[in-house]
Design a protein around this ligand. Structure first.
Ligand code: PXP
Length: 254
């Protein structure tokens, strides 16, 4: 089985909000992604509402027919919104005011009681509870203890290692190999705990291939690279290209 692809369409809203205009429509973007073969749509409702707005969630809930995953912070406000919108899944993320993008995994160990309470509330509403965590044993253990259904492994460190000019320098290759190993081990450990395993952050058509060869990873959440490519070649083609890359990675393993 190939890993599923949820397309993160936050940046469509980023362009819209740059002018506080009506276009581009996140609903239209979601429909094109689904028609291109995406398995789901992911959006991040940030506390500062810099891109996705509350009304987008209601609109997307009405039109998304595949799978709607909403990333949010573990706060009272967000739990109320989750209960109202009822997405298929909620991914709890760390959020720091002023950050350019999510900077790393949620520290489930340090925030255990708050995270466990949020996971409990999501479960009560029949929503899949996913935790975005760094690929570290203690975070995975805490995620299991908190009752999460799923972990999304943060691929930021791996993605950073692959950034140009990564080239073929032996040190760079060793760093990429080290980060891939961390993801491999974390995925195996999480799956052994009975958690569903997703991955995301900073993945591109190129660097996703190696991560997609990790058999326990069932789902990818990818945004920036797809939307950046879509500006040049169109969203339909950009989604197709990402799906092809994921399949290439999985086939390489077989
Ligand atoms: N997964 C999570 C939890 C994220 O916060 C983000 C960024 O919003 C992504 C995946 C997607 O990352 P990128 O836009 O770099 O593909």
């Amino acid at each position: 089985m190939f890993a599923r692809l949820n397309v993160n369409i936050d940046h469509v809203a980023t362009v819209r909000q740059a002018r506080r205009a009506a276009e581009p429509s996140v609903v239209a973007a979601a429909m094109i992604c689904e028609q291109a073969g995406a398995d789901g749509i992911t959006v991040h409702l940030r506390g500062d509402r810099r891109h996705i707005q509350d009304r987008d969630l209601a609109d997307l809930r009405r039109v998304v027919t595949t799978y709607l995953n909403v990333e949010m912070a573990a706060t009272e406000e967000m739990m109320r919104i989750a209960a109202e919108v009822h997405p298929d899944a909620v991914t709890l993320v760390a959020e720091r005011p002023g950050e350019v993008t999510t900077e790393g995994g949620l520290d489930v160990v340090a925030n255990f009681e708050a995270v466990r309470a949020c996971v409990g509330r999501l479960r009560d509403h029949g929503i899949i509870a996913s935790l975005f965590v760094d690929p570290e044993n203690e975070q995975l253990e805490a995620a299991r203890a908190a009752g999460a259904h799923q972990v999304e492994l943060c691929t930021a460190a791996y993605a950073e290692a692959t950034q140009p000019p990564a080239g073929f320098h032996p040190e760079t290759q060793a760093r990429i190999g080290h980060e891939l190993d961390r993801l491999r081990r974390a995925a195996a450990l999480a799956a052994g705990y009975g958690l569903r395993v997703a991955a995301g952050h900073g993945l591109t058509c190129r660097n996703v291939v190696a991560v997609a060869s990790i058999p326990e990873i069932e789902e990818f959440n990818i945004g920036h690279n797809i939307i950046a490519r879509a500006v040049l070649v169109g969203l339909d083609r950009a989604v197709h290209e990402m799906i092809d890359s994921i399949r290439r990675g999985r086939s390489a393993r077989a």
